[in-house]
Design a protein around this ligand. Structure first.
Ligand SMILES: Cc1cc2nc3c(=O)[nH]c(=O)nc-3n(C[C@H](O)[C@H](O)[C@H](O)COP(=O)(O)OP(=O)(O)OC[C@H]3O[C@@H](n4cnc5c(N)ncnc54)[C@H](O)[C@@H]3O)c2cc1C
Length: 496
């Protein structure tokens, strides 16, 4: 093995999360040396790839899983408000990069695309009405519209009303400020910009195999160069494990006590994709519905306009499924290899407590193509089967979090697991995902670069990049309005 090279920062994985964190770190401290290690031959080939995710700029406008109904019928929008304003952080980072010239044209990755929620049946209509009442009262959702009129909803999204019984109770909300984001294109843009900077080294086909602490408070990152088979090492002061579905295994290899007991529960995904121009041109929104009973919260069915590589298509799904792979390019043994003495009990309690979910996922795998198409027809009754084909989405590894008494809980969000000395942090989980990459990168800074933030060294620059850093946009309506008005024209998206 050759002698270890040295760097300030190692980012493991070339997805949107490493791209965002690397971009932010380099802006804040241009002298930092950063090495990015990616097992595959390019960036954004796993979850961040354009067709591997749904490309929704998640601002919790339309995703009904963020707004649970209380027993009294009212709707709790607190989680939605958090997600909504986390997206504002990404908007600010992207707008900064566009203004700086690091991204030439925002239309290369982001497009305006109204977001709708759509439901049918009396109980669901009552829920959506209560949700709209709560949301429209808050400045974060100014401009959201609500309708139970078939004609009005058909004006917003004609496909979903075609062939629908005229007396079916329906309701929809519509907000024009929604976006469609090509996270694959964005990841490429960010890495293109990063790789041009001095001190940045981006290595593809480098599989990180192990992580060891050294005596001088560094991490020795061991990797295999798949082009030559050579095993190499690099010593780093700070490591970000942004390996998506591969993060759990590397966290386990690091053996930091904070990572003990964590497990993962993989969920695969399939889309139906349509490129037929006459259909695509009649749907310029993203329409999210209600999740089926027993399904995981992120598997809300939605019919979306997507703009990828300048071409427009429609996507419907996801059909979630059971898998034992943690990555699309992973191995069928991933799930089994992740089982350790420290997480076996948490994993078993999650298995015991989530029988409905397992049954749902296995049921999805066994669904016939006819049945899958039937789900689309509940949304778009006159869909023509010949216009649609299957596309395989990315994998999502949900977090199994250790709890007291060796129990475990299944979590559907994301979590940063950091060592006490702040020298290493792993990102687990996948929701709300790429949309909140800036929020997650800021979370890494707050956890691991506290000194640079508190002694003020990085603060002025950080506030230049993200002017509302430290301001709660859920409470400060003026700041929220101001920053949206500033970022919208730069990103060429709609504002109200
Ligand atoms: C079906 C689906 C729909 C989604 N829809 C949305 C959406 O609409 N909006 C949204 O905001 N988010 C969405 N997401 C979530 C979003 O895609 C992810 O949160 C985000 O892409 C994760 O980025 P990442 O950089 O952490 O991981 P990834 O993009 O998966 O990148 C991780 C990288 O690490 C590499 N790697 C792994 N192990 C190693 C190793 N040992 N050595 C070296 N490299 C390694 C992998 O090859 C990969 O390139 C969706 C996800 C899925 C699966």
């Amino acid at each position: 093995m050759s002698e270890a090279a040295a760097t300030d920062v190692v980012l493991i994985g070339a997805g949107i999360m490493s791209a965002t964190l690397g971009t932010l770190l380099k802006e804040l401290e241009p002298s930092l040396s950063i090495s990015i290690l990616e097992v595959l031959s390019d960036c954004a080939l796993e979850s961040s790839g354009s067709w591997n995710n749904a490309g929704t700029g998640h601002a919790a406008n339309c995703e009904l899983n963020y707004t649970p109904q209380r027993p009294d019928g009212s709707v709790d929008i607190s989680k939605a408000l958090e997600v909504n304003t986390e997206f504002d952080l990404s908007r600010q980072l992207w707008a900064y990069l566009v203004k700086k010239g690091a991204i030439a044209d925002p239309r290369d990755f982001i497009h305006p695309c109204p977001h709708m929620s759509f439901v049918w049946g009396d109980a669901n209509v009552a829920f959506l009405k209560a949700r709209f009442k709560a949301m429209s009262a808050n400045h974060c959702y100014r401009g959201m519209e609500y309708s139970e009129s078939h004609a009005q909803i058909a004006g917003w999204a004609p496909l979903i009303m075609e062939g629908r019984a005229a007396d079916q109770p329906v309701a929809a909300t519509h907000i024009v400020t929604g976006t469609d984001v090509d996270y694959g294109a964005l990841t490429h843009l960010l890495f293109d910009h990063l790789a041009k900077q001095p001190g940045v080294d981006l290595s593809y086909r480098h599989h990180v195999r192990n992580l060891k602490r050294t005596d001088n408070r560094r991490w020795l990152v061991e990797m295999e160069d798949s082009a030559t088979g050579a095993v190499k090492q690099i010593a780093a002061k700070f490591v970000f494990i942004g390996a998506g579905g591969g993060a759990l295994e590397l966290l386990q290899k690091s053996d930091i006590p904070e990572g003990h007991g964590y497990g993962g529960f993989p969920v695969s995904g399939i889309w139906l994709r349509c490129d037929a121009e006459d259909v695509v041109e009649r749907h310029d929104v993203k329409v999210y519905g209600k999740a089926a009973e027993g399904s995981p919260p992120m598997s809300l069915p939605h019919l979306d306009r997507r703009v990828i590589g300048g071409k427009t298509s429609l996507l419907f799904g996801p059909y979630a499924g059971f898998t034992t792979r943690f990555l699309k390019h992973g191995s069928l043994t991933d799930l089994f290899r992740s089982i350790e003495p420290s997480n076996i009990l948490p994993m078993l309690t999650v298995a015991r407590d989530n029988v409905d979910l397992s049954e749902y996922l296995i049921g999805q795998v066994l669904q016939s193509k006819q049945h899958q198409f039937g789900v689309l027809q509940k949304f778009y009754a006159t869909a023509d089967r010949n216009d649609w084909r299957l596309a395989v989405a990315g994998e999502r590894v949900q977090i199994i979090k250790p709890e007291r008494n060796n129990a475990g809980a299944l979590e559907f969000g994301t979590e940063l697991v950091a060592a006490e000395d702040r020298s290493i942090v792993a990102l687990l989980g996948a929701s709300p995902g790429a949309s909140t990459a800036a929020f997650i990168a800021l979370g890494v800074l707050k956890k691991c670069f506290t000194d640079q933030l508190t002694d003020g060294a990085w603060l002025p620059k950080l506030k230049e990049i993200i002017p509302t850093f430290g301001i709660n946009l859920i409470e400060d309506a003026d700041a929220c309005d101001r920053i949206r008005a500033e970022t919208a024209p730069v990103l060429k998206i709609n504002n109200l």
